[in-house]
Design a protein around this ligand. Structure first.
Ligand SMILES: [Zn+2]
Ligand SMILES: [Zn+2]
Length: 445
C-alpha cells in the first residue's frame, strides 16, 4: 500500500503558551488548526497602547505573524489554504484570523462564532482583532467536515471558555489528533472523556497535545472552586469583589449560584452582560438569564457609552446599578470587578468585612507582577483581604499522561508549553514517541 505523505508544520505554540498555528498538509490539501496571536512574541517588541504594531508588515518583521504564502488578505495573493479550523475562541488560538484571506472558510463551534462576533462588536476596530467578513462555518460535536483529502471530526472538550473542541483528523496517512486546550477537572469532564474515547478509537499516528501545566500544577476542580467561593461569601459581612475571566461561563455560573445561595446579587460588568445576552441564543449552553432576580448589571462611571453598552443599558434598565447603588447594598452584592475597574472603589467605599477574590491565574510575567503590586496597594488602602480561588483551564501532568497513554498515538507533539523537554522526560516510558518541535519545520506523521 502506498503511504501518502502527510505533514505538520507548527508556526506558533512552540516553546510558548498560546499562539497556536498548525498547518496540516495532506496531498494537495492544506488546512490550519487555530490561528492565534502570540502574546509572548508580541510582548518582546511591543508595549501597548503607546508602542503598538502599526501594520502586518511590522508583525511579520519580527516573526510575530509568520510569512505564509496564500494565507493572508493583505498580500493580494490567491488563497492557497483550504480551510482554518478553530479549537476555541481564546485569542491565543483565534485572533490572527484578522489577517486571513477572506476566501478561506473558517470552521468552528457555534458558540465560538457567537463569542468572536460579540467580541468584534465590543472592540473598536483593531489591527489584531477583526473578524469582519470572515467566512464562518459552524460545526457541532461529532459532525465530520470534509476538506479536500482530509476529514475533520470535532469533538467537544471542557476548557475555561464554552465551545471548545479537540479534533480527530482523518488523513491519507492515518488519524491525527489535536487536543486544543482542554482539562478533565472542569465543570463538564464528560466532554473531554468523549474526546479521549474518540481519539483512542481512531488509533492515531500522531497526537498534537497542549502541555501548558508542566510546572506549578495543582489539584483542584471547578466544583471545589465553587465550594470555596461559597465559604468566603457566606462569611463575608461586606461586599465581595471578584475578578474572573469575563468569557469563563463556568466560573460565572459558580459565582452566580453562590450569590443565589447566599441571598446576594451578582453584579456583572457591561461586557459580561453583553456576552451573556448573545450566548442566550446558544440553546446548548447554560448561562444566567439577565432577567434573573439575582443578576445586576454594573454600570461603570464614565461620560460616554459605546453603542453596545447603551444597548444593554436600554434593554435592562431595571437591572442596572451604579457605584452609589452598589455602595448602599454592599452586604447584598458580589461585584465582578476587573483590575481596570479598581477606580470604582473610590465611590463604592468598601465597608469593614468586605473582601476581594482573585479567581484568575496568579501573575506569570513581569507586567502582571507590576499590576499585582498595584492591586495589593488598592486592597491595602481599603483594608480588603485577598483570597485566591482558581483552577486552571488546562489539564494537569498526571492526568495528561493517563490520557496520552490511553490514546496511544505513534508520535506525540507537545505544544502550547514552555516545558516541552520536561514533558518528554515525564512521558519517556509511554509507547508514543515524543517529538520536540521546532517552529516552522515540517514533520512527517
Ligand atoms: Zn491556549
Ligand atoms: Zn484556551
Amino acid at each position: 500500500m502506498v503511504k501518502h505523505e502527510t505533514t505538520l508544520t507548527f508556526y506558533g505554540g512552540v516553546n510558548e503558551i498560546g499562539g497556536n498555528k498548525i498547518l496540516l498538509h495532506d496531498r494537495d490539501t492544506k488546512v490550519f488548526f487555530d490561528f492565534g496571536m502570540s502574546f509572548s512574541m508580541k510582548k518582546k517588541y511591543y508595549s501597548p497602547p503607546f508602542l503598538s504594531p502599526k501594520s502586518e508588515k511590522s508583525l511579520q518583521e519580527f516573526g510575530i505573524l509568520p510569512k505564509i504564502d496564500g494565507a493572508y488578505k493583505f498580500d493580494d495573493k490567491p488563497a492557497e489554504i483550504d480551510a482554518v479550523f478553530l479549537s476555541h475562541s481564546h485569542l491565543d488560538h483565534s485572533a490572527y484570523l484578522s489577517f486571513v484571506n477572506r476566501d478561506i472558510p473558517v470552521y468552528c463551534g457555534e458558540t465560538t462564532v457567537l463569542i468572536l462576533r460579540t467580541l468584534g462588536e465590543m472592540r473598536r476596530a483593531d489591527l489584531e482583532f477583526d473578524v469582519e467578513d470572515v467566512r464562518f462555518r459552524s460545526f457541532r460535536t461529532g459532525k465530520k467536515v470534509k476538506v479536500g483529502s482530509i476529514e475533520v471530526e470535532p469533538i467537544h472538550v471542557d476548557h475555561s471558555v464554552p465551545g471548545a473542541y479537540g479534533f480527530v483528523i482523518h488523513t491519507s496517512s492515518g488519524a491525527v489528533v489535536y487536543t486544543g486546550d482542554f482539562r478533565v477537572h472542569g465543570a463538564k469532564p464528560e466532554m473531554s472523556r468523549n474526546f479521549v474515547d474518540r481519539a483512542k478509537e481512531a488509533e492515531p499516528v500522531a497526537v498534537v497535545t497542549e502541555a501548558t501545566n508542566m510546572t506549578g500544577a495543582s489539584v483542584s476542580s471547578e466544583a471545589e472552586v465553587e465550594s470555596k467561593v461559597n465559604g468566603i461569601v457566606a462569611e463575608a459581612e461586606g461586599i465581595v469583589l471578584a475578578e474572573f475571566a469575563y468569557a469563563d461561563v463556568d466560573r460565572l455560573n459558580s459565582f452566580f449560584r453562590t450569590a443565589k445561595k447566599n441571598n446576594r446579587c451578582l453584579a456583572v460588568s457591561l461586557k459580561q452582560a453583553y456576552l451573556l445576552n448573545s450566548l442566550r441564543q446558544d440553546k446548548g449552553l447554560q448561562v444566567p438569564d439577565l432577567n434573573d432576580q439575582s443578576i445586576r448589571v454594573f454600570r461603570k462611571s464614565k461620560k460616554r457609552y459605546d453603542k453596545w453598552e447603551s444597548q444593554i443599558l436600554e434593554h435592562y434598565p431595571d437591572k442596572v446599578v451604579d457605584v452609589f447603588e452598589v455602595s448602599k447594598q454592599q452586604c447584598k452584592m458580589i461585584l465582578a470587578l476587573s483590575f481596570y475597574d479598581l477606580e470604582e472603589l473610590v465611590n463604592i467605599c468598601p465597608e469593614a468585612g468586605s473582601c476581594y477574590v482573585l479567581s484568575a491565574s496568579e501573575p506569570f510575567n513581569e507586567e502582571m507582577e507590576i499590576d499585582a503590586e498595584k492591586l495589593t496597594n488598592w486592597l491595602d488602602h481599603y483594608g480588603l483581604p485577598q483570597y485566591h480561588v482558581h483552577v486552571s483551564g488546562h489539564i494537569m501532568p498526571l492526568q495528561l499522561k493517563a490520557v496520552l497513554k490511553e490514546i496511544n498515538g505513534n508520535q506525540v507533539f507537545p505544544i502550547h508549553t514552555e516545558n516541552a523537554a520536561l514533558f518528554a522526560g515525564f512521558m519517556r516510558d509511554l509507547k508514543s514517541r515524543t517529538v520536540l518541535v521546532d517552529k516552522g519545520k515540517e514533520y512527517k506523521v
